[in-house]
Design a protein around this ligand. Structure first.
Ligand code: ADP
Length: 500
């Protein structure tokens, strides 16, 4: 019988769940996708129904597999990538979640963050976990769930299990209440704020600090390893051999395997990750996170910077100002003028993140004159994403101590040529778009493929990576510096807007 020729990738995202079947060169053979409900029970709260996500997961696996026309024996392994930090607690006897999952965007733990930061400051856990205290990470979400249990002793008794979405799905997919495997990979664990960044294990002092019973935690495993076997769906019997958080999966899918290699995902917001090899603590407000760990190898680390508003500003122009019919119409409008006409748009809608960390900043449009048109506005909107990316990258290079060679890109905005050219101009470096844009799914499949010997080594993956397009800087450095001065001036004007 011929050896299995394909890999599966489950991409459990914030708004939808997808399953893709890929061939050896990373091409998509079949895929299926289902959205799930978002619950907003109070301002700042965001929840998911983990059981709904499980059912959608099972459905998309079966749908994509049926569409592929393959036999299960032709799939070598599957990899899983997932929305990070989103926190689920479930009952090991019934398999049912205890309430809804608390999503990464949820800010209900803001008061707890302030309390913990009151002694020792917001960075008190940074050296140990790579993360500042924030509503973003899982520990305080888990604490909130435990504090609101109808039967508070259940967790201590070991009846309850904690996990991020990868854990919850792997437990169910490998047998659930019968003999489900309870684990999580190092990249997901590094976003809980309960793992020691260097030791790659749960830290007893952090568990005590956040009042988390060790009995409910999954085992931490490398990203690429034999994690278990699917016990359900048409793919029953196929190994699960890769798990990576979504942004780390994109880094792997982009083949950023060497220190200094970086990718930026341009979606609603931007997520910029740079491979640093060993862990580097940030002094500029970036996160230190595990990038990946392949079985038998040391963990590789990354610095991460996030930008809250990128594509979201294009949506805002479309939905709030009605200047655009569709998001992709922005390019033609912006291209109808030769430059920004001297205006800058700082989209500090909910403050500014890395590297500024200004909660009280608010959005600002600077440099307006009677000459300004909506085309200049469209241009300033696109340029804002490129300037913000440069700010994060500058901080990253200072933290890492070495420069970035070139930036690899993916996400919904990278179809925009004008933005990508401006990005190269403003970074004064090459910006690359790969032929295979589904980098998140690809990274999960790669981790599974490496762990099962489907791929011999990382070099084989690197050989797979094909450039679709490269943008090189076209403007002189003096012009780039002038534009960046304008941007920085506008950024400073946005600081301290609140309170009025
Ligand atoms: P996410 O994964 O965060 O939902 P996507 O990667 O699908 O986002 O990207 C969607 C975002 O990209 C939207 O905010 C949209 O406004 C923006 N976008 C899509 N096409 C373009 C384009 N051609 N130019 C600029 N922005 C775009």
């Amino acid at each position: 019988m011929a050896e299995p020729a394909y890999l599966g990738a489950l991409d459990q995202g914030t708004t939808s769940t997808r399953f893709l079947i890929l061939d050896r060169s990373g091409h998509i053979v079949a895929s299926a996708q289902q959205e799930h409900a978002q619950f907003y029970p109070q301002p700042g709260w965001v929840e998911h129904d983990a059981t709904e996500i499980l059912h959608r997961t099972l459905a998309v696996i079966d749908q994509a597999f049926a569409a592929s026309g393959l036999r299960a024996g032709q799939i070598a392994a599957i990899g899983i990538t997932n929305q990070r930090e989103t926190t689920v607690v479930w009952n090991r006897i019934t398999g049912q979640p205890v309430g809804r999952a608390i999503v990464w965007q949820d800010t209900r733990t803001a008061d707890a963050v302030a309390q913990y930061a009151a002694s020792g400051g917001q960075d008190r856990l940074r050296d140990r976990t790579g993360l500042p205290l924030s509503t973003y990470f899982s520990a305080l979400k888990l604490q909130w769930i435990l504090d609101h249990l109808p039967d508070p002793a259940a967790a201590e008794r070991g009846d309850l299990l904690f996990g991020t979405m990868d854990s919850f799905l792997v437990w169910h997919l490998t047998g659930g209440v019968r003999n489900g495997t309870h684990l999580t990979d190092v990249t997901n664990a590094s976003r809980t704020q309960l793992m020691h960044l260097e030791q790659l294990d749960w830290d007893p002092e952090l568990l005590a600090l956040f009042r988390i019973p060790a009995a409910m935690l999954p085992r931490i495993v490398p990203s690429g390893a034999l994690h278990g076997t699917l016990a359900t769906t048409a793919l029953a019997g196929v190994p699960i051999a890769g798990i990576l958080g979504d942004q780390q999966a994109a880094l792997v899918g982009q083949n950023c395997f060497h220190p200094g290699e970086a990718k930026n995902t341009y979606g609603t917001g931007c997520f910029l990750l740079m491979n640093t090899g060993p862990a580097r603590t940030s002094r500029h407000g970036l996160l230190t996170t595990v990038a990946y760990q392949f079985s038998g190898q040391p963990a590789c680390y990354a610095l991460e910077g996030s930008i809250a508003i990128a594509g979201a500003l294009v949506q805002w122009l479309r939905d709030n100002l009605g200047i655009l019919e569709r998001s992709d119409a922005i390019e033609a409008l912006a291209a109808s003028v030769p430059d920004n006409g001297g205006i800058y748009f700082v989209p500090a809608f909910s403050g500014l993140y890395a590297p500024y960390w200004q909660d009280s900043a608010r959005g600002i449009l600077a440099g307006l004159t009677r000459f300004t048109t909506r085309a200049h506005l469209a241009r300033a909107v696109l340029e804002a994403t490129a300037f913000q990316t440069r700010d994060v990258l500058e901080a990253m290079e200072q933290d890492a101590g070495f420069p970035l060679q070139r930036l690899r890109t993916d996400g919904g905005m990278v179809g925009n040529d004008l933005l990508m050219q401006f990005q190269a101009d403003i970074l004064q470096r090459d910006v690359l778009r790969p032929a295979m844009r589904e980098t998140t799914a690809l990274g999960a499949a790669y981790a599974a493929g490496l762990a099962t010997g489907y791929y011999a080594n990382q070099d084989e993956l690197t050989a797979n990576w094909r450039v679709d397009k490269v943008w090189s800087p076209r403007i002189p450095v003096q012009e780039q510096e002038r534009l960046c001065r304008g941007w920085k001036k506008a950024v400073e004007r946005s600081f301290g807007w609140l309170p009025i």
